[in-house]
Design a protein around this ligand. Structure first.
Ligand SMILES: NC(=O)c1ccc[n+]([C@@H]2O[C@H](COP(=O)([O-])OP(=O)(O)OC[C@H]3O[C@@H](n4cnc5c(N)ncnc54)[C@H](OP(=O)(O)O)[C@@H]3O)[C@@H](O)[C@H]2O)c1
Length: 251
């Protein structure tokens, strides 16, 4: 049985991956959707044409991983696509933000992504895809969003190294680095604080369409929108101190 396994599938980017994979990837028999909110996953199940298997798991808890490992061991699927989309991002300076909030970001964005990847690796084979949802925040440090940006820099670095490690097995790893995307990520009011981020907001449909296309083309990096490509290029050529000043002024 060929499956796609998607974390963070109950909303935003992860849910959109589930919908587009169900529609377009004909060789997938079943999509395993991982998140905590079961009712959201049940709704997704009704919306998608393909068979959906709900793996209701909290990736901050050991039980979540035990469940995932058990399901894989019992079903022994061929994992054709893994999408790591579960993640959180909170604004705030390192001094002011509660430690618990910072710790949760590190645990979910870095540890959970690494652990899910490691658990899935034995079930991947030639042509399998790993899609890691990082962020444009991975390109450089962001004062006021420091912990989040650092977690995403980890995701990008980790995934680039992984891509090289598994190249010989024919596995393709793509890091997805969007700028602001219109999802529940920004909390109840649904908007980023910065005006610039509000203006450059992308639709999850477009980000995911490009990510799947880039993965199909075996690209290691997927950056949606010319403005985000410009940010990426700027981080490569401009001195870090200048970029930090710009970040502080505009974000
Ligand atoms: N939106 C943006 O502007 C943006 C930009 C760049 C990158 N990203 C990245 O894109 C990814 C998806 O974010 P999004 O924008 O789609 O946000 P979202 O709509 O808030 O989705 C976050 C997902 O993570 C899941 N999640 C949160 N805590 C979890 C836990 N403890 N265990 C298991 N699942 C958990 C949530 O499911 P449950 O709550 O049901 O568990 C939800 O499905 C994240 O990695 C984010 O950093 C977002």
């Amino acid at each position: 049985m060929n499956i796609a396994l998607i974390t963070g599938a109950s909303s935003g980017i992860g849910r959109e991956f589930a919908k587009q994979i169900a529609k377009k990837w004909r060789h997938i028999d079943e999509i395993w959707v991982v998140a905590r909110r079961r009712e959201r996953l049940e709704t997704l199940k009704k919306q998608c044409g393909l068979t959906i298997k709900i793996v209701c798991a909290d990736l901050l808890l050991e039980e979540g991983y035990l469940l995932l490992k058990r399901e894989l061991k019992e079903n022994r699927p061929a994992v054709r696509i893994v999408v790591n989309a579960a993640g959180v991002g909170k604004d705030g300076t390192i001094a002011d933000m509660d430690w618990e909030v910072q710790e949760e970001m590190i645990q979910l964005n870095c540890l959970a992504l690494s652990r899910v990847t490691k658990i899935c690796l034995p079930y991947l084979s030639v042509g399998s895809r790993v899609i890691q949802v990082a962020s444009a925040a991975a390109f450089g440090p962001q004062p006021g969003f420091a912990v989040y940006a650092a977690t995403k820099a980890y995701v990008l670095s980790y995934s680039r190294a992984l891509a090289e490690e598994v190249r010989g097995r024919g596995i393709i790893v793509t890091s997805v680095c969007p700028g602001p995307v219109d999802t529940e990520f920004f909390g109840k009011d649904g908007k980023p604080v910065s005006k610039l981020k509000q203006k450059s907001m992308a639709k999850p449909e477009d980000v995911v369409r490009k990510a799947l296309l880039d993965s199909a083309k075996k690209k290691r990096l997927s950056v949606y929108k010319p403005s985000m490509k410009a940010v990426h290029a700027a981080w490569k050529v401009m001195p870090t101190t200048w970029m930090l000043l710009l970040m502080k002024k505009f974000l």
